[in-house]
Design a protein around this ligand. Structure first.
Ligand code: SF4
Length: 259
């Protein structure tokens, strides 16, 4: 959808539509941990998210750099919460689900799209698959709050269908900027949809998993999505996921916790 289409769609909105969108927008911001908004519009010469260029020729200090990235991530989450690019998802979502975790996380998990629970809570991987992801993270000797977690698509597709190529493409800019700002040292792509979209390939997850790929210089390990491992689907694939995670731990220089 181009800008002209978006403007044309928006001109058809009723006051009730606008109120619903505003409520969604504020809910999404709260869920992404945003409790304030910049009072001023982006400055001329600033970045696309209103970031002010840094004048110091020697570059910002590490603390200033982190503060700047934290601010830009907040502004990005705010932009995403008002995003109208995917017509169907804008209507079906309760709120956008941006991502959680610390800046400079050693590891970032990238999934497909929010499900029903995530859509309600505004946080990725908090449903049944999320509980399993938490156990995988714990089995690796880490805590959920140590890692960054996000999705390819920031809005829940209706009926939990996969995001279309166009929806994933619409959301790509946000994911790329998010990863640029968070700066994870390693990425773990969960499931075929996340792996294929992140890496720009159509290879199956069976072929992609268990080895390292590259995303802009960041090593990426692909494995099965936790939802695929739940009872009634393919729980026997947990063994493969654990093998994948052991490879990831080895590459990260971390010990494999005793089982
Ligand atoms: S999925 Fe991404 S691009 Fe589409 S409406 Fe949601 S935030 Fe916007």
């Amino acid at each position: 959808m181009n800008e002209k289409d978006i403007l044309s769609e928006q001109s058809k909105l009723t006051p009730a539509d606008l109120t619903r969108q505003l409520r969604q927008h504020l809910d999404s911001l709260r869920a992404a941990g945003v409790y304030w908004l910049p009072a001023e519009p982006p400055q001329a010469g600033g970045g696309s998210d209103g970031a002010v260029p840094i004048a110091n020729a020697s570059g910002p200090s590490p603390a200033d750099d982190r503060e700047q990235r934290r601010h830009e991530l907040t502004v990005l989450a705010e932009r995403v919460s008002g995003c109208q690019r995917c017509t169907e998802l804008v209507v079906s979502r309760s709120r956008t689900v941006f991502g959680v975790g610390p800046l400079d996380a050693e590891l970032c998990f990238v999934g497909e799209a929010p499900g029903a629970t995530e859509d309600q809570r505004g946080e990725p991987f908090v449903g049944e698959a999320g509980q399993l992801l938490n156990r995988i993270i714990a089995a690796c000797g880490m805590k959920r709050e140590d890692v960054y977690i996000c999705n390819i698509c920031k809005c829940r597709p209706p009926g939990n269908r996969q995001p279309t190529a166009q929806e994933a493409g619409n959301c790509r800019e946000y994911l790329e900027r998010q990863l640029e700002l968070v700066r994870p040292k390693f990425i773990c792509a969960l499931g075929a949809c996340a792996a294929q979209n992140l890496l720009g390939t159509s290879q199956s997850i069976g072929k992609l998993r268990g080895r390292f790929h590259d995303y802009k210089g960041i090593p990426v390990l692909c494995t099965y999505h936790p939802a695929f491992l739940l009872p009634g689907r393919s729980p026997h694939k947990k063994r493969d996921v654990w093998e994948d995670m052991k490879k990831l731990l080895a590459r990260m220089g971390r010990p494999v916790p005793g089982r």
